[in-house]
Design a protein around this ligand. Structure first.
Ligand code: IPE
Ligand code: IPE
Ligand code: MG
Length: 250
């Protein structure tokens, strides 16, 4: 475990419930931003145009969720499986993420949002890694909410790395709580609500451990078409769910 990860793991963020104390609002929302390529292709544009369009919408959507009392938003930006795409698309995505993170620094500070990345740090370009680590350090003390970015992230990969880290430290009698602390996302609360755009009904290796008791919203809109209005509808639907966690109806 790097020194930086140790420092980050020492901090606990988020509360069990959302920041307004309102249980009908999800505290931690995980978003699978899918459909950028199809959105662009349908308009006769290169797939990369969909990614570029999508990036521009994030601030508005994040602000909306924070205003509603969500304290953590996890975004699936690039999966461990996305390396299978063309070099041109992968390079574009790596450059786009680097550019957006550098450009966003001032805004994240103004918004008082902490940035936390999860995923592998050994394969992404150095420039992107530098941008991530710079943001993590700069925003560490921010308290309004957390934006967790899943970059070169795979749920299975995260679980295996956590298991290996526990083995390396000679841990015996591993508990659920102790195991959780070895995950990249260790200090985040469990995911309350997962949103996936583009009409696909699968998890694509996103935060598998953290989704053990999540609610799900699979919606047909492509990610570049996402709006606060759509989020509002999803949150309204979430507020009607009866989360029993294995117990009986409240
Ligand atoms: C999601 O959109 C963004 C990433 C996976 C990086 P896609 O690029 O998967 O778009 P579709 O699913 O091919 O339309
Ligand atoms: C999941 O979307 C990854 C991200 C949203 C970054 P994909 O488009 O890669 O997933 P599959 O291939 O449809 O399962
Ligand atoms: Mg996709």
């Amino acid at each position: 475990m790097s020194l930086l990860s140790k420092i980050f793991k020492s901090k606990t963020v988020g509360e069990i419930e959302n920041s307004t104390g309102n249980h009908s609002i999800p505290g931690h929302v995980a978003i699978m931003m899918d459909g950028n390529g199809r959105w662009a292709t349908k308009r006769g544009l290169p797939r990369t145009a969909g990614h570029a369009n999508a990036a521009g919408k994030l601030e508005n959507l994040m602000t909306y969720l924070l205003d509603r009392g969500v304290h953590t938003v996890s975004l699936y930006a690039f999966s461990t499986e996305n390396w299978k795409r063309s070099k041109q698309e992968v390079d574009f995505l790596m450059n786009l993420m680097t550019k957006e993170l550098k450009r966003g620094k001032k805004r994240f500070m103004e918004m008082n949002v902490r940035i936390k990345a999860i995923g592998r740090r050994d394969n992404i370009p150095t420039k992107l890694l530098d941008a991530i680590e710079d943001l993590e350090l700069a925003t560490f003390g921010n308290t309004r909410g957390t934006l967790c970015l899943a970059i070169d992230y795979g749920g299975q990969d995260e679980i295996v790395r956590a298991a290996q880290a526990a083995i390396d430290e000679g841990v015996e009698n591993l508990t659920k709580e102790a195991f959780n602390s070895y995950l990249d996302s260790g200090e985040l609360t469990p995911i309350d609500l997962v949103i996936r755009t583009s009409g696909e009904f699968r998890l694509s290796n996103f935060m598998l451990w953290q989704m053990a008791y999540s609610e799900f919203a699979f919606i047909p809109e492509m990610w570049p078409d996402m709006t606060p209005k759509i989020l509002e509808k999803i949150l309204k639907d979430y507020s009607t769910r009866n989360r029993r966690f294995g117990g009986t109806k409240k």
